[in-house]
Design a protein around this ligand. Structure first.
Ligand SMILES: *[C@@H]1O[C@H](CO)[C@@H](O)[C@H](O)[C@H]1NC(C)=O
Ligand SMILES: *[C@@H]1O[C@H](CO)[C@@H](O)[C@H](O)[C@H]1NC(C)=O
Ligand SMILES: *[C@@H]1O[C@H](CO)[C@@H](O)[C@H](O)[C@H]1NC(C)=O
Ligand SMILES: *[C@@H]1O[C@H](CO)[C@@H](O)[C@H](O)[C@H]1NC(C)=O
Ligand SMILES: [Zn+2]
Length: 511
């Protein structure tokens, strides 16, 4: 090696070492900055305690053994009624009627109280008006739905409409979605009325009968009844979120997620039309092949990550103080680690749905005969939009991914955007829900978040912008697949907690 080159190489080595040193010091400073931020990070979790446990309730939820036994029996009887939606025919009207009858038998105090007015809406849905003693307090609305999705009996350990109890769990379609709320809300009120409690703040209870097929009869009509009466409510509490245990990676504690927004749904139809013909002289590409390729492209190219652009940001910011190092550092510095977290979350379907608009190919129809080239093929794709994702953007992206003029794209259905409700310190509904969670589930960390499914909530948009989704139940990772799946179950203790929650909630709203 000639001398001059040697010298050059030595200089390069020196320069490299210097650069490394500078970079290293910078990294150190940077790391310190991160750590400081991690340990001083305070998203204001404490919030406003005005509606929390400050006042002891007039009635503690110390239900007698006889009351517990009765409430359990009423819940089980509700589970045995086959109020299935989306079967063929779409509803079992006999079962829907039977359910209404069951409510009136199970909750005699609610149905006979002079402060409660009951009416059926759209034949099978129910609206209860509870008149509080102080008309200057703005009312609120509790909602739930009494219908359930079908159950394939063969997949279950016990018959899905038996309400059989095993190992401390009640099994049955609707235990988690959503008969626990229907029965829990009314049971809570029943027990309060039995104790002579008179609510000060008025409230409504809306029970829909067709949520699982869109709620276009039940919730929609309940909402229009309220609108036609000029009712304005402070907030709504519906299903759609819960207390999660072991679902969020890196977090052992229970996390109560009050969903302040939900993903909206859009359904897109894809159609390919080609010439028909005999299968003995097929063209190079058939309608089925073209459409299959398009659908496959959509599955292989998920929608972009949008983590951090919607209410899920609030969720992870609230969780930061609960995490241990280094996860807390990562979470406190979402501006830097957002993409990394997205990649971690997208590994599981349950958390992937927080990160992006999801793509689900739900229908594929083509062909009429084994030896005939299908002249047309049609597929349906259901997207659940991240709150920061606009429909026109989505359509452009779909078009770009498919990049095939032969595939016709049309929007079959789309929800209007859903508001992001407040979780500020002065948000009455949010703080009331939060305070009551703190009473009944003191272990849980409470945070705002995103509901990844679609609920009846959307029908109530015109009545209030403060829409919250939370069911007072603890869900473990394995429970999530039981919702709409096999072996849906809730522990006996879990049902008691649901009743406790509403029993306390109504009282807290008055204090
Ligand atoms: C419809 O409901 C009635 C009353 O609950 C029940 O006896 C019947 O089996 C149900 N029919 C179906 C198809 O589930
Ligand atoms: C209620 O039932 C009646 C009689 O079956 C029917 O004509 C009517 O359309 C139903 N109303 C609603 C809102 O479904
Ligand atoms: C009714 O509520 C208002 C507003 O909170 C309060 O100022 C008033 O004192 C209450 N009236 C009664 C009789 O409790
Ligand atoms: C809410 O009001 C708007 C404007 O009046 C109307 O177009 C829309 O259909 C209503 N939405 C619901 C869910 O009632
Ligand atoms: Zn539901």
């Amino acid at each position: 090696m000639p001398g001059s080159e040697m010298k050059g190489a030595r200089t390069r080595v020196k320069t490299t070492a210097l650069v490394a040193l500078v970079v290293f010091s910078l990294l150190l400073i940077f790391l310190c900055a991160l750590l400081i931020r991690t340990y001083t990070f305070s998203p204001g979790v404490a919030g406003d305690q005005r509606w929390a446990s400050g006042h002891p309730p007039a009635h503690a939820g110390d239900f007698s053994p006889r009351e517990k036994q009765r409430m359990l029996a009423a819940f089980k009887a509700a589970l045995r009624i086959r109020t299935v939606s989306s079967g063929e025919p779409q509803h079992n009207n006999t079962a829907l009627e039977e359910f209404g009858l069951h409510l009136s038998k199970a909750f005699p105090a609610v149905f006979s109280s002079s402060v409660v007015q009951h009416e059926t809406v759209a034949n099978y849905s129910h609206l209860f008006t509870v008149r509080g003693s102080n008309s200057s307090l703005q009312p609120y609305l509790l909602t739930a739905h009494l219908d359930v999705v079908p159950a394939v009996a063969g997949e279950w350990e016990v018959p899905p409409f038996s309400a059989e109890e095993r190992g401390g769990f009640i099994y049955g379609r609707g235990t988690l979605d959503d008969k626990l709320s229907v029965m829990g809300i009314l049971q809570g009120l029943e027990l309060l009325l039995n104790r002579g409690y008179t609510p000060q703040r008025s409230f409504y209870i809306g029970i829909g009968h067709d949520e699982e097929v869109g709620g276009n009869s039940g919730a929609k009509n309940i909402a229009s009844v309220l609108l036609s009466r000029g009712v304005t409510i402070a907030f709504l509490l519906d299903e759609g979120s819960a207390i999660l245990e072991g679902v969020i990676p890196g977090l052992e504690k229970q996390v109560a997620v009050i969903a302040t927004s939900e993903k909206s749904s859009a359904t897109i139809g894809l159609t390919v039309t080609t010439a028909s013909g005999h299968s003995s002289m097929p063209p190079k590409e058939t309608s089925i092949g073209i459409l299959a390729a398009a659908v496959s492209k959509l599955e292989r190219n998920p929608m972009p990550r949008m983590f951090g652009q919607g209410p899920e940001r609030g969720l992870f910011e609230h969780l930061t103080p609960q995490l241990s190092f280094p996860l807390n550092m990562v979470m406190a510095n979402l501006w830097l680690f957002g993409p990394l977290i997205s990649r971690m979350l997208e590994k599981k379907p349950s958390t992937n749905s927080l990160v992006r608009t999801t793509t689900a190919v739900t229908e594929f129809h083509a062909g009429i005969k084994a030896n005939v080239i299908a002249s047309s093929a049609r597929a349906t794709v259901n997207f659940r939009l991240h709150p920061a994702h606009r429909l026109d953007e989505l359509l452009q992206q779909v078009q770009h991914i498919i990049s095939d003029e032969r595939v016709k794209i049309e929007v079959l259905q789309s929800d209007p955007p859903i508001p992001m409700s407040s979780y500020a310190d002065d948000a009455f509904g949010y703080q009331l829900i939060k305070g009551t969670i703190g009473n009944i589930f003191p272990e849980a960390v409470i945070t705002p978040g995103l509901c990844t499914a679609s609920t009846d909530t959307k029908h109530y948009r015109n009545i209030t912008t403060e829409l919250y989704r939370f069911t007072p139940m603890i869900l473990k990772e394995e429970d999530i697949s039981r919702v709409h799946g096999a072996n849906e179950r809730l522990s006996v203790r879990g049902y008691e907690e649901v009743v406790q929650f509403y029993f306390r909630f109504i009282q807290n709203s008055d204090s």
